[in-house]
Design a protein around this ligand. Structure first.
Ligand code: NAD
Length: 260
């Protein structure tokens, strides 16, 4: 379905982003991977993905907190692939603390990586998408882009910002073949959430399984984690022609979290 298209997926060395990269490559898109991790492991992932789906897969290690590295990544994708048709803004980090104890450097890092990076990548790819009159921009926000929880000041502010940015870009591109939407997942069991499970198990002196059940029961009525594959499936759908008039939405995929 996506044969001949070119994609960047930020934060795709782990978790949700990695599964989205697989999903797009499986549909025939060339993919630029991005994110941190062990260099050898990333190279193995890149080569296997390219071999499995018979598409070009590149890696750029740009730090999403650094605007110059972000623009250089977009430039590399444009020169290697000839353009960027699909942009998935997925890189993100978390830190939890009460606001009066929230480290200033953590606030700055979360706003830079979870929000400002989306501005820079979109700003970088939009001119080419406008030239070709086609594009799909998918921002991985969160249920925390729609509702709040305590101890997550920076994350909730950044994700609400992503939802707002999504709407602005959708309006600015409304009469073009470019769409911009946000996906708002609930709990997904990735390394980002495993840390919160670990913290919960230590704090409440319970087992990992009990900590997972406690996290889910607080927020997610389905009592089940959303899977990275389900988010990849939704991302691929948003890239399809059936989704061409889905614009400026924040689609929750959250086991019922924000229905409450
Ligand atoms: P993860 O920790 O498994 O993956 C995060 C990815 O971002 C990794 O590839 C990491 O290397 C990359 N990354 C981190 N800092 C970076 C930086 N400065 N520059 C470049 N890459 C960087 O986390 P995940 O759970 O897969 O999260 C992916 C996205 O989904 C995040 O935006 C997160 O906020 C969002 N999300 C996750 C959940 C969840 O429950 N896991 C729920 C809602 C939204």
């Amino acid at each position: 379905m996506l044969k001949g298209t070119n994609a960047i997926v930020t934060g795709s060395t782990s978790g949700i982003g990695l599964e989205i990269a697989h999903g797009l490559a499986k549909q025939g898109a060339r993919v630029m991977l991005n994110g941190f991790g062990d260099a050898q492991q990333i190279e193995t992932t890149r080569a296997e993905m390219s071999e499995t789906y018979q598409v070009d897969v590149l890696y750029n290690g740009a730090d999403m907190s650094k605007s110059d590295e972000i623009y250089a990544m977009v430039d590399q994708a444009v020169s290697a692939f000839g353009g960027v048709d699909i942009l998935v803004n997925n890189a993100g980090i978390q830190h939890t603390a009460a606001i009066e104890e929230f480290p200033v450097e953590k606030w700055d890092a979360i706003i830079a990586i979870n929000l400002s990076s989306n501005f820079h990548t979109i700003r970088g790819v939009i001119p080419g998408m406008k030239q070709r009159n086609w594009g799909r921009i998918i921002n991985i926000a969160s249920a925390h882009g729609l509702v709040a929880s305590g101890t997550k000041a920076a994350y909730v502010a950044a994700k609400h910002g992503v939802v707002g940015l999504t709407k602005v870009v959708a309006l600015e591109t409304a009469t073009t073949g470019i769409t911009c939407n946000a996906i708002c997942p609930g709990w997904v069991l990735t390394p980002l959430v495993q840390k919160q499970v670990d913290d919960r198990a230590a704090r409440d002196k319970v087992s990992m399984d009990e900590a997972k059940a406690l996290l889910l029961s607080e927020k997610q009525p389905s009592q089940e984690f959303v899977t990275p594959a389900q988010i990849a499936g939704l991302t691929v759908f948003l890239c399809s022609e059936d989704a061409a008039q889905i614009r400026g939405t924040a689609i929750n995929i959250d086991g019922g979290w924000v229905a409450q």
